[in-house]
Design a protein around this ligand. Structure first.
Ligand SMILES: [Zn+2]
Length: 188
């Protein structure tokens, strides 16, 4: 799996199932090959956002050197999660920064029809997963960005704010994290 920063104008094409706008991908993490990876088919995948549920085409690329295939995920997708990166971040923001309980989060998001299947157990899953990744995320900020994380690890809300301020610079946290760290953001 490769997580790549896509231009915003591409999103609407992906959401309408059009995949010809995928950017050319260079570099294989598996073998260290630096050249262009070749297109190698597509598969469909659901993505749930606050605006709706979409089926998007995900491009596979193949490394001409080691022959390994990689799925090329846009930066707004999280591997193995149907909810988009920004939707998960929004839910974590309500939970950790604004201090909403799960039931308060659920009543807050009632107006988003695409999120109506969310329940306390999925919120709890996001919550626990984020807690389990906090020290790794802190390591990422300390070592690969100019943001110096606070010492108090219990303040998960602070890390959410770091991620949001990082995104405000028009840098994809999800992509940078993938490029720098050995595991995906939100991987188990
Ligand atoms: Zn390779």
């Amino acid at each position: 799996m490769i997580i790549s920063k896509f231009s915003n104008f591409i999103h609407q094409y992906l959401f309408s199932g059009e995949a010809s706008f995928y950017p050319t991908q260079y570099g294989c993490k598996n073998c260290g090959y630096m050249g262009k990876l070749h297109r190698h088919g597509y598969y469909y995948r659901n993505v749930i956002t606050v605006f709706g549920t979409y089926k998007i085409k995900v491009l596979r690329v193949k490394c001409p050197s080691c022959k390994k295939t990689h799925a090329l995920l846009p930066h707004f997708l999280v591997p193995y999660f149907q909810y988009s990166f920004y939707t998960i971040l929004f839910l974590l923001f309500l939970n950790f920064v604004l201090g909403f309980s799960y039931s308060e989060v659920l009543s807050k998001i009632e107006k988003y029809k695409s999120l109506c299947s969310l329940n306390p157990s999925s919120l709890s899953r996001f919550h626990k997963r984020f807690i389990s990744k906090c020290s790794e995320i802190k390591f990422f900020f300390a070592n690969f960005t100019d943001i110096y994380p606070e010492f108090d690890l219990n303040k998960s809300g602070v890390l959410i704010k770091y991620i949001i301020s990082y995104e405000r610079r028009n840098i994809s946290f999800n992509t940078s994290y993938f490029d720098s760290m050995p595991s995906y953001f939100f991987s188990s």
